[in-house]
Design a protein around this ligand. Structure first.
Ligand SMILES: [Zn+2]
Ligand SMILES: [Zn+2]
Length: 233
C-alpha cells in the first residue's frame, strides 16, 4: 500500500515539477543532450576480470593477487560528473524517477557487451538501511534492467545477514572488507546452476559484489558477474 501511495505521489510530483537536467537544470530530460554527451564512460582496454580501465588487455595486477569469486565485474561509467549526481539523486534524494534512465544505460551496455546470464539479482540492502530509505536502489535498477532485457529477476535469493553493519557506517577499507566477508546469506539452494548477474549502483573496491558472488556460488550459481552503473577509480 505504501508503495502504491509512493508511486502516485511520484507521478503527481512529476506533473507539478517537470523533469530537469540533473547537471545543468535545463527543463525536459534528466540528462539534456549536451550533458549526456559529456558523461564519463569507461573505455577499453579493461581488465578482463574487474573491468577497470587498464593500459592493455588481460588481467590487472590487483586481480592476479586476490581471491576472486566473481567471474567478472563491469561498470558503464566512471563515478563522477553527471552520473555521480544521478546516483546521489537516486540514493539520497529519493528521486526514483532516475532508475529507468539508469536502467537504459545498463540494458544498452549489456546489448553491446553481452554477459552470460539467466537471472539478475540485486545487491540486498541492510534491513536498517532499507527501513530508513524505504527502497533498495539496486533492486530498482535490476527491475529496470529485467524489463528491458527479458532476464529473470530474483530479488529474494540473496539477503543481508542481520549481524553485519551497514557498509556506509564502517570506516576503513580493511574494516569494510572484514565487514562484508560474511554479510550475505542465501535463502535457498538451487540445483539448476543459473548464470547470475548481480546489480549494484556503484562499485568501490568490488568487495561487496565479490562477497555476494561467494555466497551465490555456495548456493549453486554456475557463474556470477557483477554489473554496476558506475565505478570509483
Ligand atoms: Zn544539462
Ligand atoms: Zn582487475
Amino acid at each position: 500500500m505504501k508503495l502504491w501511495h509512493q508511486s502516485l505521489k511520484d507521478t503527481l510530483l512529476d506533473l507539478v515539477f517537470p523533469q530537469q537536467c540533473l547537471v545543468c537544470g535545463k527543463e525536459g530530460k534528466l540528462f539534456c543532450a549536451r550533458c549526456s554527451g559529456s558523461l564519463s564512460y569507461i573505455t577499453p582496454p579493461v581488465c578482463s576480470l574487474c573491468g577497470h580501465h587498464t593500459g592493455d588487455d588481460g588481467v590487472c595486477p590487483m586481480c592476479l593477487s586476490g581471491k576472486v569469486h566473481l567471474d567478472g565485474l563491469r561498470s558503464v561509467f566512471n563515478f563522477e560528473g553527471g552520473i555521480a549526481q544521478a546516483i546521489y539523486a537516486l540514493k539520497y534524494h529519493n528521486l526514483r524517477s532516475v532508475a529507468p534512465l539508469l536502467g537504459d544505460f545498463l540494458a544498452d551496455y549489456l546489448k553491446q557487451n553481452p554477459i552470460p546470464a539467466d537471472i539478475v539479482v540485486p545487491v540486498p540492502l541492510h534491513p536498517s538501511r532499507l527501513k530508513y530509505r524505504g527502497y533498495n536502489q539496486s533492486l530498482l535498477l535490476a527491475r529496470e534492467l529485467c524489463r528491458r532485457t527479458g532476464l529473470k529477476l530474483d530479488e529474494h535469493w540473496l539477503e543481508r545477514s542481520l549481524s553485519s553493519a551497514p557498509q556506509a557506517r564502517t570506516k576503513s577499507r580493511a574494516e569494510r572488507l572484514e565487514n562484508v566477508k560474511n554479510a550475505f546469506i542465501f535463502k535457498y539452494p538451487t540445483t539448476t546452476a543459473p548464470r547470475v548477474i548481480i546489480i549494484d549502483d556503484v562499485a568501490t573496491t568490488g568487495a561487496t559484489l565479490n562477497a555476494c558472488a561467494a555466497t551465490l556460488k555456495e548456493a549453486g550459481a554456475l557463474s556470477v558477474w557483477g554489473l554496476t552503473i558506475a565505478r570509483e577509480r
